[in-house]
Write a protein that binds this ligand. Sequence first.
Ligand code: VG1
Ligand code: CO
Length: 544
Amino acid sequence: MTIKTINTTPYADQKPGTSGLRKRVPVFQQANYVENFIQSIFDSLEGFAGQTLVIGGDGRFFNDVAIQKAIRIAAANGFGKVMVGQGGILSTPAASNIIRQYKAFGGLVLSASHNPGGPDGDFGIKYNVGNGGPAPEKITDAVFARTKVIDSYKSVDTPDVDLGTVGTQQVGDMVVEVIDPVKDYAALMQTLFDFEAIRGLFAGGFRMTFDAMHAVTGPYAHAILEGMLGAPKGTVQNGTPSPTFGNGHPDPNLVYCKDMHDLLMTPDGPDFGAASDGDGDRNLIIGKNRFVTPSDSLALLAANAHLAPGYRQGIAGIARSMPTSAAADRVAEKLGIEMHETPTGWKFFGNLLDAGRVTICGEESAGTGSNHVREKDGLWAVLLWLNILAVRKQGVDAIVREHWKTYGRNYYTRHDYEEVDSAIANTLVDDLRAQLPSLPGKILGDDLQVAYADDFTYHDPVDGSTSAKQGVRIGFTDGSRIVLRLSGTGTVGATLRVYLERYEAADGRHDLDTQLALEPLIGISEQLAGIKARTGRTEPSVIT
Ligand code: VG1
Ligand code: CO
């Protein structure tokens, strides 16, 4: 088999964001765009000769094309084996598990997650390291530096690999093993949760609806919920992955899952609703008459994890991304365990999980997970919820209310302004940063006093690395908080995210409307940042 070295010219825009490189599909379709990026990843790594690379994606448009390119480049660069999901499918948490279980060198996850797919939608490529988690910044920085100067890539001349059948094939000197995308993941879930108890729950008439959003969790949810756990057929909706996600937007939030939300608010609706995103790492949880915010869900899962067999010994610690509400902090405090605040993006949890300092992690963006893999995991969260419901024999609403009565409630919302002009968004953030030193001590709104105002810098306690400029935080003396940052996953213009939080004590009022409860903070954020005046928007594009 001859290895070809093909000349190429660099692209200037291949900087990985919060979770890999994400661009519109036509950008990825440019000559050598995929090749340059994948070769730059391999050029930034050492010691993979003869080792295994895992490849899988969420099945979106262009997945099949990119996988064939990735396999050829991997063969030409000297990997010994590629493990790829049948049909090119692996959810992000399943890919993480395969990397860990088979001690692979690393993996390529082909996904733009919750972004829409299709010829005009988004595509993405992310590299995960040997612990199964997203590459740390040290590697993504090296990859970006390499993309700016790359002048050739390696490939082999072979026909496309047949991804339709499980089994092994040969590409040059490299073995390609097509694997069942669901089997190992389902087996892992079985070690963590009390499947017997959950089967009992369904057998007792518990009614659930799960929306796979035409994305990657369909096959997993069919196999686990309807197959292994005995949920009635039809529990899983939109369960066949489609390259365009059924022309939908596979983001499990109250905008794109509004119908499910409304169903759960009706008296004869199901007991429990859940959804996951394009690549299967996010989760939305809605109980009968109770939407659970992702920040609350993290706190609740941490407080109740010991009810599931995999966490019976208790949890070592909790980590949350900085914009995530402090609800989990109160649980950690009560349990007397470590609590960590990290920048946005799952890659920052890896070191803490590897060091055994935390067991459960979460983000306000509907991501929760544990040390079972090194990615957030949508179905894992759903199964842990089901395990808790089965053991506690209470509904979601009752459990949430009890939690608030014990720990207090962190009212929480996020306002997104999408596709804002980048220059305007950057100036807005710069101007806000400039105000920060003058804010502490000031009274804003009617009566809120600023306790601190800074741009978050993270010091990784495990490897000592520092990540600066991770988002503006303005904290108030009553525990309220405003956070503002620019998204690192958008593909057009800038997305401005404003995160608002207010704490209400255990004996306080837990039944306020969230947007009303946070109105004073919404006003202050507007006063400080001038979002409406600068962007011309009258309201956020998405409220979660
Ligand atoms: C967003 C979320 C972040 C999440 C990231 C990847 O990033 O805020 O919490 O980790 O998406 O999730 P950003 O930079 O746009 O705010 V996923 O499911 O898109 O891989
Ligand atoms: Co995702």
